[in-house]
Design a protein around this ligand. Structure first.
Ligand code: 1GP
Length: 245
């Protein structure tokens, strides 16, 4: 197998477990504290709809009571709030409309590029694989893809465009871990994020074996205890893989 070369150190290189919080969904102070003190590596703020400057500032201010790193997924320049530890710009590889691949991003950079902290900003090559997810509906993603097509998208992002993150997005459904593993094996420089339907320690373990970084979202809002348990499961799996015991 070819050796993977991570291009340069990034603010997210060491992230193995990440909670994704949606500024448009309410979360109590108590639950937010549990999330921030869970031992997760970072909080990623982002959502597919209803994200505004106000609700993003509000969530950032509440997360800032804790030491956990916090990054923003910039889907709409109107909610580009300063003060995060890092920024991700999603590019949806399998979007039907090119606006979600390159159009909105170009307009945003045209307007706000001068203010973007480029050293702390990374592109995220999304491959949206659950057609029922809001992200798929919003972007019109063609989610029913063959494995070879998914791998082609990830290679295009990784090798041709050198996007530093490939994100397999199954939001709301637990995905195909065999495929995730295959994708990771073909990546040369990008870090693989996996997100979607991680609700149990066993799923968290499988996802951690398949991807570099496991993103846990919805379960935070439906079953906080289960969400917190995914942190330990990911960390344990990573230690096992690294033979740290
Ligand atoms: C969503 O990939 C994340 O963008 C996490 O997915 O909400 O299904 O955990 P879930």
């Amino acid at each position: 197998m070819e050796e993977r070369m991570i291009a340069f150190p990034s603010f997210y290189a060491g992230w193995r477990h990440v909670f994704k919080l949606d500024p448009d969904r309410p979360i109590s102070d108590e639950d937010l504290e549990a999330v921030c003190l869970s031992g997760t590596d970072a909080i990623l703020v982002g959502g597919s709809s209803g994200v505004t400057y106000e609700n993003t500032v509000d969530l950032l201010a509440r997360i800032r009571r804790y030491e956990v790193p916090c990054a923003l997924e910039l889907t709409d320049p109107e909610s580009a709030v300063p003060g995060f530890d890092g920024y991700f710009v999603p590019l949806v590889m399998n979007a039907k409309e090119t606006d979600w691949l390159i159009g909105h991003q170009t307009s945003a950079i045209e307007e706000f590029g001068a203010f973007l902290p480029w050293d702390m900003t990374a592109g995220e090559a999304y491959i949206v694989l659950n057609g029922e997810a809001t992200a798929a509906k919003v972007t019109g993603a063609e989610a029913a893809l063959t494995d070879s097509r998914v791998i082609a998208y990830s290679q295009l992002a990784d090798r041709l465009w050198r996007v530093p993150v490939v994100y397999l997005e199954y939001s709301g459904a637990f995905g195909d871990m065999k495929l995730a593993k295959k994708v990771r094996e073909t990546l040369r420089q990008a870090q693989l994020f996996y997100g979607g339907g991680v609700r149990t320690p066993e799923q968290a373990r499988q996802a951690a074996e398949a991807a570099d970084t496991v993103i846990v979202g919805n379960v935070v809002y439906d079953d906080l205890r289960a969400a917190i348990a995914t942190v330990e499961a990911v960390k344990f799996s990573v230690k096992e893989q690294d033979h740290v015991f």
